[in-house]
Write a protein that binds this ligand. Structure first.
Ligand code: AP5
Length: 211
């Protein structure tokens, strides 16, 4: 049973690394961002409540996110462990997890500069079907409109919160609400700090070595 978490600013590469690690360890990646975007797309009650916060680059209220994660953890594939991607993101979320008796084995904190965050996010593209992550310069899809990974056509899109203004707002939210988790997990002896700059393969090797 392995319970991991990817922590880091928007665009740090949490999703990119979590997707690969999940395959290697044969455990699911639980991305609260992906779950919230799906809820928003499907116009569920949760999605409707979360939408205005997401659209403004703010965090979704803790109670909504915690409730969603509690439900997700009941699914069978989470029994053998998981990688949280983007959760917990506030002290309240981290404390709720502890109260539920969920103890993370390792928290992988990926460090990148604000400039790199902008460079990465302004050219990010995602597949709406399989969630494959691309970058127009660093890792473009072979064809503009077709996903290399799942073959879906017309599925490559740019996230609505990847504009320069929203990225700034998300960075502000990260620094104010999420960065304190670095000290929280360091004190518990579970933090692994990873330099997130350099090619995705290099970052992956650093994570593998640290784990
Ligand atoms: P979420 O989807 O979690 O977004 P985020 O944290 O802002 O992170 P990103 O997905 O933008 O970046 P990433 O670190 O995964 O980077 P990626 O691998 O894609 O959350 C979205 C919203 O949902 C939040 O703003 C909030 O409203 C809400 N939310 C979610 N969870 C919540 C929670 N727990 N509580 C409250 N609200 C919540 O990489 C980025 C780009 O860089 C890609 O193009 C990629 O190809 C490229 N790249 C990656 N690594 C490298 C590398 N080493 N070199 C060059 N390029 C690279």
């Amino acid at each position: 049973m392995k319970r991991l978490m990817m922590l880091g600013p928007p665009g740090a590469g949490k999703g990119t690394q979590a997707q690969q690690l999940a395959v290697e360890l044969n455990i699911p990646q639980i991305s609260t961002g992906d779950l919230l975007r799906a809820a928003k797309k499907n116009q569920t009650d949760l999605g409707k409540k979360a939408a205005p916060h997401m659209d403004n680059g703010k965090l979704v209220p803790d109670d909504l996110v915690i409730g969603m994660v509690v439900e997700r953890l009941k699914e069978e594939d989470a029994e053998q462990g998981y990688i949280f991607d983007g959760f917990p993101r506030t002290l309240k979320q981290a404390e709720s997890l502890e109260e539920m008796g969920v103890s993370l084995d390792n928290v992988i904190s990926i460090i990148v500069s604000d400039e790199e965050v902008h460079r990465r996010l302004e050219a990010r593209r995602t597949c709406s079907e399989c969630k494959a992550i691309y970058h127009l310069i660093f890792s473009p899809p072979k064809s503009e409109n077709t996903c290399d990974k799942c073959g879906a056509e017309g599925s490559i899109y740019q996230r609505a919160d990847d504009t320069p203004e929203k990225i700034e707002e998300r960075l502000r939210a990260y620094k104010a609400q999420t960065e304190p988790l670095i000290a929280f997990y360091q004190e518990k002896g579970r933090l692994i700090q990873i330099d997130g700059e350099g090619a995705p393969e290099e970052v992956k090797k650093r994570i593998q070595k640290a784990l």
